[in-house]
Design a binder for this molecule. Structure first.
Ligand SMILES: Nc1ncnc2c1ncn2[C@@H]1O[C@H](COP(=O)(O)OP(=O)(O)OP(=O)(O)O)[C@@H](O)[C@H]1O
Ligand SMILES: [Mg+2]
Length: 773
């Protein structure tokens, strides 16, 4: 037996060595599912399976690259190169480049990103004269996306009275028409959106049996990671391709299914045994990733879900520290706590930044964390959010390049036909769009044939349009011989885009120029990298495809050491020694949008399970009492998920202060109720711990709540009440002095003090650190 097999435990070896036929591995987080998949591929190759016959589908392209690297270590780099590995989208985009022509697509079809799709949809909604407040383009896009992922074509849509009625009920009776227009326009532009990459693959495999047969024969072994998050469209592709040889291996964890809002269907896992005959079922139980405390805490959470497969997860790893829970008054304070804690841990244990991750429910939470990390000079990287390639200046340059590859690309054309300004206005563009729709041609083709159509465009504008077309064509000619970098640099200059930002001269303009430079550097790297691959040319088409399908994690080159910031959704499959899960508050996590049904709440709980199980050594959960949301400061309550963790795995860093004194008000602003103490029925008594005082924010809030109450008991200054004019005092910073005068009452009480060093200062007694001598 080869050595690498011994890097697996017995339970893991079984699926790796499984003979032909379908198999499924269902197991909890960190139990080695991804490792099993990787080693199985290496094993198959060592058994003589040709690498050309293996297809592996992963959650990110980065995961695919890492698996490939590991496999290369085992079986050798040259063999590993031939493996088809990547996300569903990137793998099937590649397939459609070969065979999409059968569906009428050019092999150089453009991939529209979300922004392109949304722009096109808002243009269509406008052209149809619809109310954009009712037909919100994002909602419309979501609808169309979910139709496509359920394989509901326009025709199928109209044939389904339930769908038509649902849209009519939602006051969107013209959804079907929008859908039809959108599909037509994408097709005419030689473009596919993300969902098309799956939908068209399905169409191709269904309508062309010879194509299906070809790929069935090619992909004799198919392996899918994170199977719990496949949608219907993906499920059907896998089913079709594996139908002949039935060598399908899927691994997943129903407890980590977190993409149902995007159409992921957990029943794909649940029905696997019905879909295939003689399924080899494997379970893994030992977690290698995390400490006992983390594994057990995660188990205690997920057991609250009623809808789940029975699973055991245990670990022989150390018990590890307890999960630390921390409360802050505001989100800014939360950021400071996280940054401070990362800083301390780094210093104490000499850890690299890459050992830390901060995970949140929504992207907007990153700002407070970022601010705090910057103040501490801790380098970080944000994954997700607006990607580099979606920045305006970058998209402008990319749009020129897209047009070079595919001049029909309508969204690219509309972006740049008048950028930099060349006197081609909106009304001209409108006329061109109408003509393009009328003749069923692309806008570019219309411009190219202006002489033959009577469009009521004046001769000056016609000439400008002619110049534009001539420029793009000159780029196309260059593209026949130049590599991607040479072409891109030429285009950035000759199109005038670079000059436009240079002329601008503002810091923003310069920043944009620098970004374009960064893009060109990236293209150069890409060209160098592609040269090493046998079947790649390093041309701009390849680069654009890479960009279009880059998932948010793919930018990570891993060459510099940074703290990782990302949403929990994106963190699936990853692991970090130290993990901070921030914003553990009701309405944020679980999200207010996802608490309407039990199944939504269960998905939020699975999301929490995913978050916690990313941690290897230490997990922190933080929450705030007040948070800015939608520009307003709102009260926040700790997330129910904190309470759901068995308390023996938790250490509260900010225990609730309760004391023997009678609170003046019934609202407890000093902290939430200490639930663990309540549960244990312990009396809430004793004196407040020293040094725990409400901060300014809390005081302000308290004053606002009950202004007439004046100074809250127990929270005033530490100064002796006997302090009076003439008293001798000592101040920590200014030294000895004598009180000249006292004025004001309550929180405003001030003392004028003449210090021995000579200064006279007026101090607010509430803050002054004075000792009466
Ligand atoms: N037999 C083993 N011996 C040592 N380490 C292992 C073993 N199996 C897995 N690991 C390590 O445990 C960690 C978790 O493994 P892996 O990522 O494959 O788990 P997973 O089940 O895919 O997790 P997730 O559900 O989060 O995707 C990895 O660091 C992996 O290298
Ligand atoms: Mg995994």
């Amino acid at each position: 037996m080869e050595n690498y097999i011994n890097e697996l435990n017995e339970a893991q070896k079984a699926p790796v060595l499984h003979k032909d036929g379908p198999l499924m591995v269902i197991a909890g987080a960190g139990s080695g599912k991804t490792r099993v998949l990787t080693y199985r591929i290496a094993y198959l190759m060592s058994q003589g399976v040709d690498s050309f016959n293996i297809l592996a589908l992963t959650f990110t392209n980065k995961a695919a690259r890492e698996m490939k690297k590991r496999i290369a270590d085992i079986v050798g780099a040259s063999e590993a190169k031939n493996l088809w590995m990547g996300t569903f989208h990137s793998v099937f985009a590649k397939l459609l480049r070969f065979d999409g022509d059968k569906l009428g697509y050019p092999s150089n079809f453009t991939i529209y990103d979300t922004q392109d799709s949304q722009r096109l949809l808002s243009a269509i909604i406008k052209e149809m004269g619809l109310d954009k407040d009712i037909y919100k383009y994002k909602q419309v896009q979501n609808r169309i996306s979910s139709y496509k992922n359920s394989l509901i074509t326009v025709k199928a849509y109209y044939n389904n009275p339930d769908l038509v009625e649902a849209d009519a009920m939602a006051k969107r009776p013209r959804m079907g028409e929008i859908y039809q227009n959108y599909v037509d326009r994408c097709f005419k532009a030689g473009a596919m959106d993300f969902d098309d990459l799956l939908l068209r693959t399905n169409e191709l495999l269904t309508r062309f049996p010879e194509v299906l047969a070809k790929y069935q024969d090619r992909f004799r072994y198919i392996l899918v990671d994170e199977y719990q998050d496949t949608n219907h469209s993906q499920y059907l592709i896998v089913k079709a391709l594996s139908d002949r040889f039935q060598n399908i291996c899927v691994v997943g964890d129903d407890a980590q299914s977190i993409y149902s809002f995007r159409g992921a269907n957990i029943s794909n896992i649940l029905n696997f045994q019905k879909d295939y005959d003689n399924v080899g079922m494997y379970r893994l139980e030992q977690n290698y990733r995390s400490t006992k405390n983390i594994v057990n805490a995660a188990n205690s959470i997920i057991s609250k879900n009623t809808n789940q497969l029975e699973k055991v997860v245990w670990t022989s790893n150390d018990e590890g520290p307890l999960i630390k829970v921390h409360r802050s008054p505001t989100d800014a304070e939360e950021g400071r706590f996280v940054a401070g804690s990362i800083f301390e841990n780094k210093m104490q244990s000499q850890l690299p930044n890459g050992n830390f991750a901060v995970l949140y429910r929504t992207n907007s939470q990153s700002r407070a964390i970022e601010d705090a990390l910057r103040k501490r000079d801790i380098p970080y990287r944000i994954y997700g959010g607006l990607s580099f390639y979606q920045r305006k200046e970058i998209k402008d340059v990319l749009s020129y390049l897209r047009l070079v590859i595919n001049p029909k690309d309508e969204e690219a054309l509309k972006r740049i036909i008048n950028f930099p300004a060349r006197g081609i206005g909106q009304s001209t563009l409108d006329k061109l769009t109408v003509a393009a729709n009328h003749y069923n041609r692309s806008i570019f083709e219309v411009i190219d044939n202006l002489e033959r159509i009577d469009l009521k465009i004046n001769s000056g504008t016609k000439r400008k349009l002619g110049d534009f077309v001539a420029m793009i064509k000159s780029f196309q000619i260059m593209n026949e011989s130049a590599d991607a970098f040479t072409l891109a640099e030429h285009v950035a200059k000759k199109s005038g885009v670079l000059l436009e930002f240079k002329k601008d001269g503002t810091p923003e303009g310069i920043g944009k120029m620098e970004n374009i430079e960064e893009l060109l550097n990236g293209i150069k790297d890409f060209v160098e990298g592609q040269k090493e691959l046998a079947d790649a040319k390093g041309d701009i088409g390849e680069f654009l495809e890479d960009v279009a399908l880059a998932t948010d994690l793919d930018k990570d080159t891993g060459d510099d050491d940074r703290v990782a910031l990302m949403t929990i959704h994106l963190a699936k499959g990853l692991e970090f020694p130290h993990v901070y899960i921030v914003g553990m508050e009701e309405d944020l996590f679980p999200s207010a949008m996802s608490m309407n049904t039990r199944s939504e709440l269960e998905e939020e709980r699975r999301l929490f399970y995913v978050a916690l199980t990313r941690a290897e050594k230490q997990a922190y959960l933080t929450y705030t009492q007040n948070r800015y949301r939608w520009g307003k400061l709102v009260d926040a309550e700790p997330s129910r998920f904190i309470e759901e963790i068995d308390e023996k795995y938790i250490e509260n860093l900010t225990p609730v202060q309760r004391s023997g004194y009678t609170p003046l008000i019934d609202v407890d602003i000093f902290g939430d109720v200490d639930k663990s103490r309540l549960r244990q029925n312990k009396p809430l008594q004793g004196t407040p711990p020293s040094g725990v005082r409400p901060n300014e924010n809390q005081l302000r809030k308290l004053r606002k709540l009950k202004p007439e109450l004046g100074t809250p008991v127990g929270n005033t200054n530490s100064v002796d009440p006997n302090l009076s004019e003439g008293s001798l005092v000592n101040h920590t910073r200014f030294g000895r002095g004598q009180v000249l005068k006292i004025e004001g009452v309550g929180n405003d009480r001030k003392a004028e003090i003449k210090f021995d060093k000579g200064d006279i200062k007026k101090l607010l007694l509430r803050f002054a650190k004075l000792e009466v001598l």
